[in-house]
Design a protein. Structure first.
Lengths: 120, 204
């Protein structure tokens, strides 16, 4: 995944983790909550999926540990935050482009419900 | 020690079962996430506490198995075994020992193992064949062809690299012995069952 061309399609878990990290550095629990919010509660990620995916994302260079440490008055100083890397941003962009293409294809074939067809 | 301390300690012990590399990279973060989840789910209400903990521990246990599997895949354990003729031969012997043991027990009717194996195949009523027992037995004998291929792999790789058939004589002898054993067992099964296949009455 470190190569110029990102390895897509991404798994749903990797996609949601990248999407959650695209709006800021987060710790494990923060990622879980953001994924839940982004998916409107349809994706609930357990520790197994979250950390299994994150291990492979760390190895692939899609995410990395962040230097950010929150004020110890507000949060646990030892808390580990993760951030999206350049390769992760490229992979996310490529995956979103793939989705955009699929949605336009669905629109062409009149597969989308009417309300969505006008929104997209 | 309070309940929450006990649960936390248990989870920490569970995390120790993850592969070392995984644990070192993500263990602390997992512990923090566990604490956060417990604060959220156990702090506010008591209902569903047990279900939440069981699903969390089960999820983690599955994760441990999966990460060990990934670690094995990453380490290319099988390739490194097959690259070494002596290790391939040792693995081949281990694989062949299981069916060899069953064969010896059945041939010499060594009790009580022989009765145990018979019960496994015929099932509890002693008349009808047990599908599970048969599958176990077929699976055990399927290890013989696997042993043959494991033993032969270093020879195949050597020949592909320009070597010859006799580069690894021990593997060649072992592969030949296993092949003879497979042929003998197949021959015995065919000879034994042939009358039934051609419709001879009262055969079993």
């Amino acid at each position: 995944m470190n190569s110029e061309k990102p390895d897509i399609p991404l798994t749903p878990a990797v996609f949601h983790i990248l999407l959650a990290l695209s709006s800021g550095d987060r710790h494990g629990y923060g990622i879980m909550k953001q994924v839940e919010a982004d998916s409107m509660g349809t994706v609930e990620m357990g520790p197994r999926t979250l950390y299994g995916s994150r291990k492979r994302m760390l190895d692939a260079g899609l995410v990395q540990e962040s230097d950010r440490r929150v004020d110890p008055e507000l949060d646990d100083q030892r808390r580990i935050y993760y951030k999206i890397t350049g390769a992760g941003q490229k992979a996310l962009a490529a995956e979103l482009e793939r989705y955009r293409h699929l949605v336009s294809l669905a629109r062409e074939r009149r597969l989308l419900p009417k309300t969505l067809a006008y929104d997209v | 020690m309070s309940d929450s301390h006990r649960i936390r300690n248990f989870y920490r012990r569970l995390l120790a079962l993850y592969p070392k590399e995984f644990r070192e990279q993500l263990g602390e973060s997992m512990m923090q996430t566990f604490d956060d989840l417990c604060d959220e789910r156990l702090g506010s209400y008591a209902r569903g506490k047990g279900r939440f903990l069981v699903s969390l521990f089960a999820d983690t246990a599955f994760g441990i198995v999966r990460e060990h599997f990934h670690a094995i895949k990453r380490a290319h354990v099988m390739r490194s075994i097959l690259n070494s003729p002596s290790r391939a031969a040792a693995l081949s012997v281990i694989l062949a020992l299981v069916p060899a043991f069953i064969f010896v027990v059945a041939f010499f009717e060594i009790e009580p193992v022989n009765s145990f194996l018979s019960d496994l195949v015929t099932g509890p009523d002693g008349v009808r064949n047990s599908v599970v027992g048969l599958l176990i037995l077929i699976g055990a004998f399927a290890l013989l062809p696997l042993a043959f291929f494991v033993s032969l792999t270093p020879i195949r790789w050597a020949m592909r690299a320009g070597g010859n058939l006799f580069d690894h004589p021990a593997n060649l002898v072992l592969a030949t012995v296993v092949l003879l054993a497979v042929s003998a067992i197949l021959g015995h099964v065919i000879a034994d069952q042939f009358p039934c296949w051609i419709g001879t009455p009262n055969c079993d």
